[in-house]
Design a binder for this molecule. Structure first.
Ligand code: AMP
Ligand code: MG
Length: 285
């Protein structure tokens, strides 16, 4: 199903067989939990315990690209497998009308990890989603290109607010609501899924490159950029986020010796873009 962030491989979160099929289709390790997508705050409150910080973040950013990790309720319609056995649940209300309609029609949460095979770049177009995992899906819904193009921001509200994954909602936007964010705990049990090589193309990546070398594909950025894969000639980070995964895939398909990427500013959305690039390059431990 399309969402405003990336295409998701969707399943009824309460149905362990369906959820197992999602892990299988993605080749995703079962210790990496899935996000439960809800139609609205009322559905979210039926699966997770909201405190005042969670209420404030949901009021400000939902529906939209923010995922909250909260204590799970015993009665939640999210199976153990979807939570990787944790006593917490990640929950998000997507803004995309098709995703919203599907969840509302089911009447309970839908898990929808990115529709790529595990470790590969997320699909942000219908064609890329079908290429990655279409063969495993009973139905594929075409919602056009994703408006944001980067995965949701993930924030845990278990003790202090922690940023588990930078994303489309920026650090500054979050801190305006809940104050300073702590970093994710090193404890892999509390912050699973922070894998080093992730979102990766087949070709090796060379980041912060000034110019491409012979044989390299070139992802440029800004007015001085060149070639078919300029992430944003205007130097606009939102435009670069939309194009990032599609251009990574296109550059990869050209069979280069490496994919060279121009420096991307690190403020605002740039934090999430640089996070994905470092993981695509395998630089994050
Ligand atoms: P995605 O890969 O887009 O499905 O996002 C799922 C990510 O959200 C995981 O890789 C984790 O980093 C995070 N996540 C999901 N559930 C939890 C949880 N219960 N506790 C901590 N992080 C979680
Ligand atoms: Mg993913």
């Amino acid at each position: 199903m399309p969402t405003e962030t990336v295409y998701g491989l969707a399943a009824d979160a309460a149905n362990a067989r369906a959820v197992a099929a999602v892990y299988e289709a993605k080749g995703r390790p079962a210790f990496n939990p899935l996000i439960a997508h809800v139609a609205d705050l009322a559905m979210a409150r039926r699966i997770a315990r909201f405190d005042s910080r969670a209420e404030a973040l949901a009021a400000r950013f939902w529906p939209g690209p923010l995922t909250l990790v909260l204590p799970v309720l015993d009665s939640a319609a999210v199976c153990d497998l979807a939570r990787a056995g944790l006593d917490t649940v990640a929950v998000r209300a997507p803004a995309h009308p098709i995703a919203h309609a599907l969840i509302a029609a089911l009447g309970r949460p839908i898990v929808a990890p990115s529709a790529n095979r595990s470790g590969r770049p997320s699909p942000t177009t219908f064609a890329d989603a079908v290429e990655e995992t279409g063969a495993s899906a009973a139905v594929a819904l075409d919602g056009g290109s994703c408006a944001i193009g980067l995965e949701s921001t993930v924030v845990a509200l278990l003790d202090m607010p922690r940023l588990l994954r930078p994303g489309a909602v920026t650090r500054a936007e979050l801190e305006a609501v809940v104050g300073p964010l702590s970093e994710a705990e090193a404890d892999a049990k509390r912050s699973p899924g922070r894998l080093a090589r992730h979102y990766a193309p087949n070709a090796p990546m060379r980041l912060d490159a000034d110019t491409p070398r012979p044989g390299e594909a070139w992802l440029s950025f800004g007015p001085a950029g060149s070639g078919p894969w300029n992430l944003s000639p205007a130097g606009d980070l939102a435009e670069a986020a939309v194009k990032l995964f599609a251009y990574l895939r296109a550059a990869d398909r050209s069979g280069p010796t490496a994919i060279a990427v121009a420096p991307i500013p690190s403020e605002g959305l740039g934090e999430a873009i640089n996070d994905r690039l470092r993981r695509a390059a395998g630089f994050v431990g």
